[in-house]
Write a protein that binds this ligand. Structure first.
Ligand SMILES: [Zn+2]
Length: 121
């Protein structure tokens, strides 16, 4: 395939993806990842002391400054939070895909440019 043709197709793919993100932008997204935590309690002789920990308790892990933090989620909010975390992840994946396409387009544009370079005598 000629670079021009390839660029055209990549550009079309990229633009479709951009519009897909624009048009399906979720109302709420939570920039975090979902995780499940198991805990031990303070009750003496509890089964958790023998390795059978309590849980799973849903939690979100997110970046705050340079550190990662973990926040427990209320059980009745778990589904809602999961949906919003998932929405954020999908959006980020879309952005990453757009970046990948941009990089490919850029490389092809450079290839086109380099074909037309000449040295000044
Ligand atoms: Zn326990």
């Amino acid at each position: 395939m000629f670079p021009r043709q390839e660029i055209y197709l990549l550009q079309r793919k990229r633009n479709n993806l951009v519009w897909k993100l624009v048009n399906s932008l979720p109302e709420d997204m939570i920039p975090a990842s979902l995780m499940y935590i198991y805990k031990t309690c303070s009750t003496p002789n509890c089964k958790c002391k023998k390795g059978e920990k309590h849980g799973p308790y849903p939690a979100v892990q997110f970046k705050s400054g340079n550190k990662y933090k973990i926040k427990m989620i209320k059980r009745n909010e778990a589904d809602e939070v999961e949906t919003k975390v998932q929405a954020y992840r999908e959006y980020q994946e879309g952005l990453a895909e757009i970046n990948k396409l941009n990089a490919q387009i850029n490389k092809l544009l450079q290839k086109l440019r380099d074909k037309n370079l000449e040295e000044y005598p």
